[in-house]
Design a protein around this ligand. Structure first.
Ligand code: SF4
Length: 456
C-alpha cells in the first residue's frame, strides 16, 4: 500500500500536500516525498526515508514553491525500500517535465520493462512506477489526457496515479479500481487523494470517486478532461481497504469505513452466539470498531485491554519479518486488571502470518487471561495478493498452510472464528457497489496473474 495526494491551483499547495500526507501516513511509513511545480517548468522535490513529520520541516516546505503539488507515502511491495525508490519520480521527456506518484502494483511490469529496455530505455529506479514515464515518452496525442490514455492501456494490475504536467494535476485509476482514488475540492482547488480523510484534513469536500479506468486532468481549478482509457471496466475495489488499510474516518464506495467495521463486528457476534465471555477486547486500532459492533450485538461489554504505543508503526507494513517482530513487541501493552481472570473475546482485523497474534495472545496469557476467543473481522487469508499488499508468498500465510485446529494450537487460543466471506462483503457494500476484489480470501483473482507465483 501507499498513499497519494495531489492538489492544484493553490498557493499553499505543498503545505496542503504535507497535511494530506500526514493524514495518509498509515498507508506507508518507509519514505515520503512531495513534488511541486514552481513556474510551470521547474519542479521542486523533497523526499526522504522516514515519517512525513520527520522529513518535512517549515523551511523545506517553504522551498517547495508552486500552485500544484503531489505527494506520496511509501510502503514497498514491489521493489526495495530505499531512497532511490521514494516517490514522486520526476522525468523530463518529449512532453516536458512530468512528476508521478503511484499506489498499486503493475503486474506486467517485467514484460513491459524488457520490451522498453530492448528498444534502448534506461531505468533509474527498480520500481514498477518508472515504466509509466517511459510509456508516456513513447506516445503522442492532442491532449495530455489522450497521451495518458495510450500510455496506460497496456498496464495490468493495480494503479492509482497522481501526476503533474505543467500546471495540470492528473489522476488515473486502473480499470478494476483496485486502489481507491477520490476527488475533492477546497475553495477553487481540486484535490486527488487515496482517502477522503485527507480531503477533510485540508478543509475540503469530497466530490466523487475517480472511476475505474478514468483519466482526469485538472487545470486552474477546472476539470479539463475526463476520459475512460478502456471501454470495459469492472469495479473490484480491494476489500482489505475496509478491513484494515483505510482510516475509519474515511469513506469508500460512499460508505463509512467505521460503519462497515461495526457491521463486521455484529456479523461476527452472530457467528459466535455460543461463546460465553466476560469482556470484548479490540486489538487497537483496526479492531476497535468491529469490537464495538460485536459488543452492541452480543451485549458483552467492550473494554480497552491494550494501550498502544503510537510512536511505533503498524506491524503489518514493516518491510521485514524481524522489524515486524520487534515492532509488535513494543506496540501493545496490556491493562492487567481488564484481562486478569477474564474470558476474553479478542477482536482483530485479519490473520495473515499469525506471528503478531501469537505474541498478543501470549501477552494476554501472561497477565492472567482465563479464556481467549480470537475473532477476526475477515475470512482466513489463503492466497497472496498481487495488487499491492505485502503477502506475496503463500507459504507465509498461516491459514494457507495450517488447519483451523492447527492455528488454534499455534496461537494458543480457546476458539478461533473468521468472519464468513458473504458477511464481510455485505458489511462493506453500500447496496450499489458490491464488487470487491476478495482474492486473498477466496483465490478468485479478477485480472490475470502469473499462476506460477501461487506455487511459491
Ligand atoms: S488480493 Fe486481497 S489484498 Fe489484494 S487487492 Fe484483492 S482483496 Fe485486496
Amino acid at each position: 500500500m501507499c498513499g497519494i495526494f495531489g492538489i492544484e491551483n493553490n498557493t499553499n499547495a505543498s503545505v496542503l500536500a504535507f497535511a494530506g500526507l500526514i493524514t495518509l501516513q498509515h498507508r506507508g511509513e518507509e519514505s515520503a516525498g512531495i513534488t511541486s511545480n514552481g513556474d510551470g517548468i521547474t519542479y521542486n522535490s523533497h523526499k526522504s526515508m522516514g515519517l512525513v513529520s520527520q522529513i518535512f520541516k517549515e523551511k523545506i516546505l517553504n522551498n517547495l514553491l508552486g500552485s500544484v503539488a503531489i505527494g506520496h507515502v511509501r510502503y514497498s511491495t514491489h521493489s526495495e525500500s530505499t531512497l532511490l525508490n521514494a516517490q514522486p519520480f520526476v522525468y523530463n521527456c518529449i512532453h516536458g517535465n512530468i512528476a508521478v506518484a503511484h499506489n498499486g502494483n503493475i503486474t506486467n511490469f517485467e514484460e513491459i520493462k524488457n520490451r522498453l529496455a530492448k528498444s534502448g530505455s534506461i531505468f533509474n529506479h527498480t520500481s514498477d512506477t518508472e515504466i509509466v514515464a517511459h510509456l508516456l515518452a513513447e506516445n503522442t496525442g492532442k491532449t495530455f489526457g489522450q497521451i495518458m490514455k495510450k500510455s496506460v492501456q497496456s498496464l495490468k494490475g493495480s494503479f492509482s496515479l497522481v501526476l503533474i504536467h505543467g500546471n495540470k494535476l492528473v489522476g488515473v485509476r486502473d480499470s478494476f479500481g483496485f486502489r481507491p482514488l477520490v476527488l475533492g475540492k477546497v475553495d477553487n482547488s481540486y484535490i486527488l487523494s487515496s482517502e477522503t480523510s485527507a480531503i477533510d484534513a485540508v478543509g475540503g469536500d469530497f466530490v466523487r470517486d475517480v472511476k475505474p479506468g478514468e483519466i482526469i486532468v485538472i487545470e486552474n481549478g477546472k476539470i479539463v478532461e475526463s476520459l475512460q482509457f478502456i471501454k470495459k471496466t469492472k469495479e473490484k475495489l480491494c476489500i482489505f481497504e475496509q478491513v484494515y488499510f483505510s482510516r475509519p474516518d474515511s469513506m469508500l464506495c460512499e460508505r463509512s469505513i467505521r460503519d462497515a467495521r461495526v457491521q463486521m463486528g455484529k456479523y461476527l457476534a452472530q457467528q459466535m452466539k455460543h461463546i460465553k465471555a466476560d469482556v470484548v477486547v479490540p486489538v487497537p486500532d483496526t479492531g476497535i470498531f468491529s469490537a464495538k459492533g460485536f459488543s452492541l450485538y452480543s451485549g458483552i461489554v467492550m473494554q480497552t485491554g491494550f494501550i498502544r504505543n503510537h510512536y511505533v508503526g503498524r506491524s503489518f507494513i514493516k518491510p521485514s519479518q524481524k522489524m515486524r517482530e520487534i515492532t509488535a513487541k513494543l506496540k501493545l501493552f496490556p491493562i492487567k486488571d481488564v484481562i486478569n481472570g477474564k474470558r476474553i473475546v479478542l477482536i482483530d482485523d485479519s490473520l495473515v502470518r499469525g506471528t503478531t497474534a501469537q505474541k498478543i495472545v501470549a501477552t494476554l496469557r501472561n497477565v492472567g487471561a482465563k479464556e481467549i476467543h480470537l475473532a477476526l473481522s475477515s475470512p482466513a487469508v489463503i492466497s497472496p495478493c498481487f495488487y499491492g499488499i505485502d503477502t506475496p508468498n503463500k507459504s507465509k500465510l498461516i491459514a494457507a498452510v495450517k488447519s483451523v485446529e492447527e492455528i488454534k494450537e499455534f496461537l494458543n487460543v480457546d476458539s478461533l472464528t473468521f468472519l464468513n466471506i458473504d458477511s464481510m462483503k455485505k458489511a462493506c457494500g453500500n447496496g450499489k457497489v458490491n464488487n470487491f476484489c476478495s482474492a486473498c480470501f477466496d483465490g478468485k483473482y479478477p485480472s490475470p496473474i502469473d499462476r506460477r507465483k501461487l506455487l511459491v
